[in-house]
Design a protein around this ligand. Sequence first.
Ligand code: NAD
Length: 327
Amino acid sequence: MPTLVTGGAGYIGSATVDLLVDQNEPVVVLDDMSEGHYDAVNPEARLYEGSIGNSALVRSIVETHGIDACIHFAARTNVGDSVVEPGRYYANNVGEGLSLLNTLTAAGVKQIVFSSTCATYGEPVRIPMDEDHPQHPQSPYGWSKFFMERMLEDFDRAYGTRFVGLRYFNAAGATERRGEDHQPETHLIPLVLFAALGKREGISVFGSDYGTHDGSCVRDYVHISDLAAAHWRALGYLRKGGKSDFFNLGTGRGQSVLEVIEAARRVSGREIRVKMEARRPGDASYLVANAEKAGDVLDWEPGYLEIEQTIASAWKWHLAHPNGYAR
Ligand SMILES: NC(=O)c1ccc[n+]([C@@H]2O[C@H](COP(=O)([O-])OP(=O)(O)OC[C@H]3O[C@@H](n4cnc5c(N)ncnc54)[C@H](O)[C@@H]3O)[C@@H](O)[C@H]2O)c1
């Protein structure tokens, strides 16, 4: 039966839609195109342009297509903006997210794969972070995902909605068809590659006095092909009757900001100028996943383990799309 993919015109959603289509899964995409790209939507998937909070539209999509599961990517994702405009973030990610859950439940769709994030953990108290790590988000964005997680648990208890909450670490890289094109871009790898392309003067590194090996922040970069594969496995898990659960998705390896820049220099063969700046409020020092549970339960293993491989895939995409999708 067809799967509804919300946010399927975005970065991770579009790569996941491609994978589902390649697996002969019928897919329907719902995206309000606030951040999505028409050219990112696989032509085999039917695209509905509208909000997840539009219950009449969601109900009609479920009835028309006989939807039995939903992969819910749609959200606003800029952490810094969420601090400045928390109302907008909570309205979209939590308010409209709740409306989506209510509509799906009323329409009988009780299998949901949800895009959560390591931002629900906050500053680590142990490394690597497993799913039982305490959750104390540092931003409204992180809290918005945390609240959705709690609502999913309550929906399971009350209505039998089974879910898989996937807590991604830092999504990165590109496939042959899809790459990263956020407006404005805030993620490290595309910004570093823009510097390599000469689209910006250089890259700012925020903080050189963290308690990491070189003083810059450390993150776990997980490739979007691997994330897409995890969604496919999560869907299979739910369809086989798997119980609701949360899973980290990461490589288990950490790269510092300075290491990412060095790897981008090697991959691109270009000079990348660096400006050292003060720490930014809210940046955790070290976020690396323990993703063993996803391996054990979902049989998921990341294929991209070397940061050079991930950066090389992104570099190829940015060279082919220097102005992003259709611009
Ligand atoms: N990129 C990362 O590193 C990362 C890490 C952890 C979690 N996530 C989560 O993964 C999901 C996808 O992230 P992404 O990087 O692909 O973001 P993205 O902005 O590229 O994609 C999100 C899509 O959702 C759509 N959207 C937003 N609000 C909507 C609404 N109310 N109704 C319909 N569509 C709406 C946007 O138009 C966009 O196409 C998000 O939920 C994000 O929070 C991303």
